[in-house]
Design a protein around this ligand. Structure first.
Ligand SMILES: NC(=O)c1ccc[n+]([C@@H]2O[C@H](COP(=O)([O-])OP(=O)(O)OC[C@H]3O[C@@H](n4cnc5c(N)ncnc54)[C@H](OP(=O)(O)O)[C@@H]3O)[C@@H](O)[C@H]2O)c1
Length: 381
């Protein structure tokens, strides 16, 4: 039996998010999330049925340590996902880490006026496609002045009721670029939907996809968090779109679950901080919907054709956007819009326990499913 004990996780020394410079934040996300995932990718490739992978978790951070709490929660979900994914392949994960459970504190339900968005300045990220685009357009139709951020070119839109969609070009992983695009604006609401995702067993993950998923989802969300702390108005709203995957460790999702769990933890931390401003935070633990995320996602052309065709059966982003906005308006701490989002939220614990017990049984019996033979699934993007 081979036992690897080299992975020791850590979190940075506590300090306020606002005091961390953009290059430092890039370095910290890379050091505490991306590098451990890349290390795992290398090492797991050398393991076989009957082997054990040992992971030492970081000591728990203080409750008010934003970055420490985010990394610590992401690590706990990463380890839980590995227990399932490697367990099914007959590889045991030995770790004293326990799955941390987090809850977005509620501010109290709101009863918004009928035209709550009219004339309000709203920032929407990921506005060039999918949920972000649908939400941005819906808000502009309702009279909001929407500042829509994405890297691709977008068209400006104006509506008779005064609503506008103003396209802004910026990469959410680049804080200075984001600030440059936004100028000195303050926001009634921020809907952060920019995100990416890839699916692969950890040993087959494309390193560029790993980097991109952590950078876009975690670094991008930390940048938006900094903005929200500085620029979100009193009585405003912040929505952070993560995924039902933030609560349910699943096979092929180590980097995605880690990234989405981090986003969810950022929402929790911000909800505590923005309380004083009476600003409501909604964590969007989205289920599936039809969007650009499914286009060209898989390497295998046949599988991609099946996924592409099936995506049409999923809810349209416009429908999901309306549900998200309804939840945001009433200040709901969690939105589970999209297919299966509610199921993941309600039965996540049960789904996780079931898959974990199958994985544990297989490793105990020294059996394993040959799922590693599937090779790499996600296309390089
Ligand atoms: N689709 C689903 O079934 C599903 C399910 C659960 C959760 N989600 C989550 O929902 C969110 C929205 O995804 P979607 O499905 O609507 O995907 P999508 O159609 O691919 O849209 C993603 C958006 O994010 C933007 N984006 C990506 N990287 C960026 C960066 N570095 N800087 C600025 N913008 C960036 C893209 O714009 P540019 O490429 O133009 O920059 C695009 O506008 C993501 O967080 C995703 O993980 C999706």
């Amino acid at each position: 039996m081979l036992c690897l004990s080299a992975l020791s996780l850590s979190v940075p020394k506590a300090r306020p998010l606002a005091s961390i410079s953009p290059p430092d934040l890039v370095r910290l996300v890379n050091e505490h999330l991306t590098q451990p995932l890349l290390w795992l990718r290398e090492q797991v490739g050398n393991l076989k049925r009957g082997d054990t992978l040992k992971i030492n978790p970081a000591p728990p951070p203080g409750r008010t340590d934003l970055l420490g709490s985010v990394f610590h929660h992401a690590h706990s979900m990463m380890i839980e996902t590995l227990r399932v994914e490697l367990g099914l392949q007959g590889i045991a994960v030995e770790s004293s880490a326990t799955r941390t459970s987090i809850t977005v504190p509620a501010l109290g339900e709101r009863d918004p006026p009928a035209n709550v968005w009219a004339g309000k300045t709203v920032l929407v990220t990921g506005a060039s496609s999918g949920l972000g685009q649908a939400t941005a357009h819906e808000l502009a139709k309702r009279g909001a002045i929407v500042q829509g951020v994405a890297r691709r070119p977008m068209k400006s839109l104006s509506f008779v009721n005064g609503g506008r969609f103003v396209p802004l070009s910026a990469d959410v992983t680049k804080y200075e670029e984001l600030l440059g695009a936004l100028g000195a604006r303050r926001f009634f609401s921020i809907i952060h939907s920019a995100g990416t995702g890839s699916i692969d067993l950890i040993q087959h993950a494309n390193p560029d996809n790993l980097h991109r998923d952590i950078d876009t989802n975690v670094l991008g969300t930390l940048n938006v968090a900094k903005l929200a702390l500085a620029r979100l108005k009193r009585n405003g709203h912040l929505a952070i779109v993560s995924s039902g995957a933030a609560r349910v460790p699943w096979v092929g999702g180590v980097s995605y679950v880690t990234a989405k769990a981090a986003q969810h933890a950022i929402a929790v931390q911000l909800a505590h901080r923005l309380r004083r401003r009476n600003a409501a935070v909604t964590a969007v633990l989205a289920g599936s919907f039809n969007s650009g995320a499914w286009v060209g996602a898989l390497k295998n052309r046949l599988l991609q054709a099946v996924v592409g065709a099936s995506a049409h059966a999923l809810p349209r982003p416009s429908r999901v956007a309306r549900q998200v906005l309804a939840d945001v308006e009433r200040g709901a701490p969690v939105s589970t819009a999209g297919l299966g989002g509610g199921t993941a939220y309600t039965f996540g614990e049960l789904m996780h326990l079931a898959s974990k017990s199958v994985a544990t049984t297989l490793t105990t019996l020294r059996l394993g499913l040959p799922i590693g033979r599937l090779g790499s699934l996600s296309a390089a993007r």
